[in-house]
Design a protein around this ligand. Structure first.
Ligand code: UDP
Length: 491
């Protein structure tokens, strides 16, 4: 078997989950460490390698030492249709467990690849969703860090809910309860918690337990956040004994304009059209509306959103992802002449938007988000106040962080978390709620102005954190230093 790399260039092996909101930060981690002189190998599958090839080729052209290890995805062996190599390509998110099973079959070919290497990587950075990487780390004696796609606030919420068994005293889904041992007063209803935390099938509970064990056995967690954003929660999490490395905001790795435009997928709008439209708008006047890569909204829910956007009278960019636009929705948009009525102040992007680039444009004044962590942090980084419309997984936690802790968010009023894909046939938020939240956010009064100021300030701190000497910059340096000295990362 190969031995640990003794040459002075460190080599990190990155193993992401094949889903847009995981692959995007992982490619950014690859660039970040390569910028610091580390050799990086990122494990992808052919379809995902093709999607991310341009970004990684650009990085290589700038002399960053990044290699793609492309492994065949055994989707069909796990019962998935051919070509489904990314969570966003599944015909239904109910196939997620089969998808995770297919991912675990990558263990063998990856071990074979490691056996054939002359010297082993110095470190594995594994996705939180891939518990089988624990065995690879143990088998090859490679230190393993886990990249968590959530924030520290969310990690602490999750830990406190399970450690304190607070849910045992909660009798109904709508009963509000106080989360124990939190640095801030945080209340939830059971209905807002991720489905796996309150109900969930035995199979999904088993999978969640595996993730937890794999997380706790890692030498530390790498998190896409910056210390100043949630310092008390970083500290609170570390009291449990596991080291956290806050190295974000990772989206700031994309310095070149072309990098920002090509994040994650081919965009569905021409760059110059998008920019000239934004350039024609007044500063801080436009609301950007996007629900990430996975949320599935029904046509009737999207109609409520459209009506809210129309009646609010503010300019907007509305991203309708592939899979959410349907014949029914298109028919409604045409019959109601929605695009004619909102002409000059509304832009619909059907498909994939250059989100990070749009958010950083001066014309954007607010972000209506589903509160996925990447989007949330991208909004914070752009210095924007946000309208929060969480749907599933940890999104309600992120809403609390934005609305109650950071006080830069206005809740649209979504009441309950749904299971992956289950939101399809539901109308959870009405047009009047959308209109009210937009008006509250874009208002010129003191409260809205204070919110904007807080958001702007956080955006500035975010940018400083990744500059030379900033907190995230220093954390990357320290992590590299630890690994090059081959010290235990803990403590
Ligand atoms: N994204 C994008 N264009 C889109 C939709 C999403 O660039 O049209 C990016 C977005 O910037 C973010 C990621 O996709 O980096 C979505 O991740 P998030 O954690 O917010 O949500 P998820 O997709 O997991 O629900």
């Amino acid at each position: 078997m190969a031995s640990q790399s003794q040459t002075h260039q460190l080599h990190f092996l990155l193993i992401p989950l094949m889903s847009q909101s995981h692959l995007i930060p992982f490619t950014e981690i690859a660039k970040l460490f390569a910028h610091h002189g580390v050799k990086v190998t990122i494990v992808l599958t052919p379809v995902n390698a093709a999607r991310f090839n341009t970004i990684l080729e650009q990085a290589k052209a700038s002399n960053l030492n990044i290699e793609i290890l492309s492994l065949r995805f055994p989707g069909q062996e796990a019962g998935l249709p051919e070509g489904c190599e990314n969570l966003d390509a599944l015909p239904s998110l109910n196939l997620s467990l089969q998808f995770f099973a297919a991912c675990s079959m990558l263990q063998k070919p990856l071990e074979k690849w490691l056996e054939e290497l002359e010297s082993l990587p110095n470190c594995i950075i594994s996705d939180i969703c891939l518990p089988w990487t624990t065995e690879i780390g143990l088998n090859f004696k490679i230190p393993r860090l886990v990249f968590h796609t959530a924030c520290c606030f969310c990690l602490v919420c999750h830990r406190n809910i399970s450690c304190t068994k607070v849910l045992e005293g909660v009798t109904s889904d709508s009963q509000t309860f106080l989360l124990p041992n939190m640095p801030d007063r945080i209340e939830f209803t059971k209905a807002q918690l991720p489905v796996d935390e309150r109900t969930g099938s035995d199979e999904s509970k088993k999978y969640m337990n595996q993730l937890e064990t794999a997380k706790l056995s890692a030498e530390g967690l790498v998190v896409n956040t910056f210390e100043e954003l949630e310092a008390r929660y970083v500290e609170e999490y570390e009291k449990g004994g596991q080291k956290l490395w806050c190295i974000g905001p990772l989206s700031l790795c994309n310095k070149a304009i072309s990098d920002k435009f090509e994040i994650g997928n081919k965009t569905s709008i021409d760059e110059s059209n998008c920019l000239s439209w934004l350039d024609s708008m007044k500063p801080n006047s436009v609301i950007y509306v996007c629900f990430g890569s996975l949320c599935e909204l029904s046509a009737s829910q999207l109609v409520e959103l459209a009506l809210g956007l129309e009646s609010s009278n503010y300019p907007f960019i509305w991203v309708i992802k592939k899979g959410n636009y349907s014949e029914e929705l298109e028919k409604w948009l045409v019959e109601e002449k929605f695009e004619e009525k909102t002409k000059g102040r509304g832009l619909i992007i059907r498909g994939w938007a250059p989100q990070v680039q749009i958010l950083s444009h001066l014309a954007i004044g607010g972000f209506l988000t589903h509160c996925g962590w990447n989007s949330t942090l991208e909004g914070v980084t752009a210095g924007l106040p946000m309208i929060t419309w969480p749907m599933f997984a940890e999104q309600f936690y992120n809403e609390k962080l934005l609305v109650q802790v950071l006080r830069i968010g206005v809740s649209v009023g979504a009441k309950a978390s749904v299971d992956f894909g289950e939101e399809k046939d539901k109308v959870l938020v009405r047009s009047e709620d959308v209109k009210k939240a937009i008006e509250q956010l874009m208002d010129k009064g003191e409260e809205a102005e204070e919110r904007r100021k807080r958001a702007r300030k956080l955006g500035e701190i975010a940018k400083k954190s990744v500059e030379e000497g900033g907190s995230s910059y220093m954390n990357v340096k320290k992590l590299i230093q630890h690994l090059s000295e081959n010290k235990s990362i803990i403590g």
